[in-house]
Design a protein around this ligand. Structure first.
Ligand SMILES: Nc1ncnc2c1ncn2[C@@H]1O[C@H](COP(=O)(O)OP(=O)(O)O)[C@@H](O)[C@H]1O
Ligand SMILES: [Mg+2]
Length: 311
């Protein structure tokens, strides 16, 4: 099997019809392609749902020049202005308007960079469209909301079953393409576990397939690493706990909170469980607003270490 490629990139859907999306959302994007008119858009949803993929697929299918700028890496206002200006003011090779995909726009400073962006959208409105993506739309300032149609990628429980089924056939297709021996019934658990973070599903599959045979939920996945975390909390080993967080930040923080909650009865003294629940709920809530997720998780775990009695 080929090791040179990350499956998430190699199997990134190139068209809207290949993307795994709830029907209503897919139909909306399909209509944009049929009408050949791309509005300014804001894509909102947690990681790995396909926001960047859809933005690229729309541009490709409409034959539009686009530039992809990452807000979490290039959030500096001068860099941003320079890049957008240079791109927007050159003539499109395709003849049509151009598209600026501003990925992870919620990482842009809401006091300085986001207001400036509002100015850019107006300044370049005659030959540019903007697609912003964000994990949390409450971190995007209102004037940007109102200049973009908001497209919600977060799914309801109702849609989840169908989406997981589509993902199952997509992943078995990928495993066949990669000549990985597998048992279809071993694939479902990894999908159930990480859905709807499709990036995570593919990464876990690839990680568990390096030998050429899919070995099922790997020992590095959530289950055992949460046990490891619990031990560090119990030992009040702050330093190792921080290292654990750094190594596991590819796991969605909400999944960390959830696993701690699910397993609480086995590792926490019964009288401490209400306290744990309150702490987890508090940091889970803050998770939607804070700029630094790693810091928020570490703060949560520190509070648990200090205030919860372990069994
Ligand atoms: N809706 C989807 N359908 C099929 N594959 C997906 C979907 N969403 C994500 N993926 C897979 O995960 C990878 C990362 O997706 P991406 O669009 O970057 O997610 P986001 O921008 O929402 O974090 C894609 O390259 C693709 O392989
Ligand atoms: Mg993205």
């Amino acid at each position: 099997m080929s090791n040179e490629f990350l499956w998430v990139e190699k199997y990134r859907p190139q068209t809207i019809s290949d993307c795994i999306l709830p029907d209503a959302l897919k139909k909306t994007f399909q209509e944009i392609i049929n009408n050949k008119e791309l509005p300014n858009m804001l894509f909102s949803g947690t990681a790995g749902l396909g926001k960047t993929t859809v933005a690229k697929a729309l541009c490709n299918q409409l034959g539009l020049d686009f530039i992809l700028i990452n807000g979490s890496e290039e959030g500096n206002i001068d860099t941003l202005r320079g890049k957008i200006k240079q791109f927007a003011s050159s003539v499109s090779l395709q003849g049509g308007y151009k598209v600026v995909i501003l990925d992870e726009a919620d990482y842009l400073n809401p006091q300085s960079t986001q207001p400036a962006l509002r100015g850019f959208i107006e300044e370049f409105s005659n030959n540019c469209r903007f697609i912003l993506t964000c994990n949390f739309k409450n971190r995007i300032i209102e004037p940007l909301h109102s200049r973009c149609g908001v497209y919600e990628f977060n799914t309801t429980k109702k849609d989840m079953v169908t989406l997981c089924e589509s993902m199952l056939s997509r992943t078995t297709f990928i495993l066949k393409e990669e000549n990985v021996q597998h048992n279809v019934k071993d694939i479902a658990p990894v999908i159930m576990k990480h859905a709807p973070d499709w990036r995570r599903v593919l990464n876990e599959l690839q990680r568990a397939s390096v030998s050429g045979t899919y070995i099922g939920l790997s020992s590095s996945s959530t289950g055992s690493s949460i046990d490891e975390l619990v031990k560090l909390l119990k030992d009040k080993d702050f330093k190792k706990m921080r290292t654990w967080v750094v190594n596991n930040m590819d796991m969605d923080a909400t999944a960390i909170f959830r696993s701690l909650y699910d397993q609480s009865t086995t590792y926490i003294k019964p009288q401490s469980i209400p306290q744990l629940v309150l702490i987890l709920a508090d940091y889970q809530y803050k998770h939607a607003f804070v700029a630094d997720h790693e810091l928020n998780v570490v703060a949560c775990l520190t509070e648990i270490m200090a205030n919860v009695e372990f069994a």
